[in-house]
Design a protein around this ligand. Structure first.
Ligand SMILES: [Zn+2]
Length: 183
């Protein structure tokens, strides 16, 4: 293997949230470092305004198709990074929350807490559209309550990503709470 090999790959594009006109490409680059480690760099760049963001991730996870499971016990676990590729299905079974595979930029690259915030906002919008006397309201309120506790690190849950094509990954802060099962 060549030490300096570098791959640039555009993995996803969406409309710029800042200027609403430009297109943002998410560019994934993998660097092989001289000591044998790999690093993944994700770049978000708008082609019209100067909206941009970078994230550098040490690549210790594999990119094989599989089921990734992370147990969240405490607040610290919420900082684990999550990358759901468009082919990945993301689930929190204890809360019956699911993001089906598809290009949903808001569930793309974030940490566990970011995922919970997005779910909370989606569920709140759903609740506000229910009729005042809708029997589902009680259930939804309970779910929102559990989500708030989860955001504070007071609700134990499992975050699971199933990806038949590979590309999704979880970078756990505590590796003992993470497992990977090949498909
Ligand atoms: Zn822009």
């Amino acid at each position: 293997m060549n030490n300096k090999k570098r791959n640039n790959e555009i993995i996803y594009s969406f409309k710029c949230p800042s200027c609403q006109e430009g297109k943002i490409d998410i560019i994934k680059s993998i660097y092989d470092l001289p000591d044998g480690d790999k690093m993944l760099i994700l770049k978000f760049e708008c082609n019209r305004c100067n909206f941009h963001k970078n994230d550098i991730i040490p690549l210790t996870t594999n990119m094989e198709p599989g089921i990734m499971t992370l147990q969240i016990f405490e607040e610290e676990d919420l900082k684990s990074k999550i990358y759901r590729s468009p082919t990945g299905k993301l689930e929190i079974p204890e809360l019956e929350l699911i993001v089906e595979p598809g290009p949903r930029a808001d569930f793309y690259y974030t940490n566990v807490q970011g995922i919970l915030f997005r779910f909370e906002s989606a569920v709140s919008i759903y609740r506000n559209n229910l009729e005042e006397n809708d029997p589902e309201k009680g259930e939804i309120d309970e779910l929102l309550d559990n989500l708030k506790q989860a955001i504070d690190g007071k609700f134990r849950f499992t975050l699971k990503i199933t990806d038949f094509q590979g590309g999704s990954y979880i970078i756990p802060l505590d590796k003992s709470k993470y497992s990977f099962e090949k498909i």
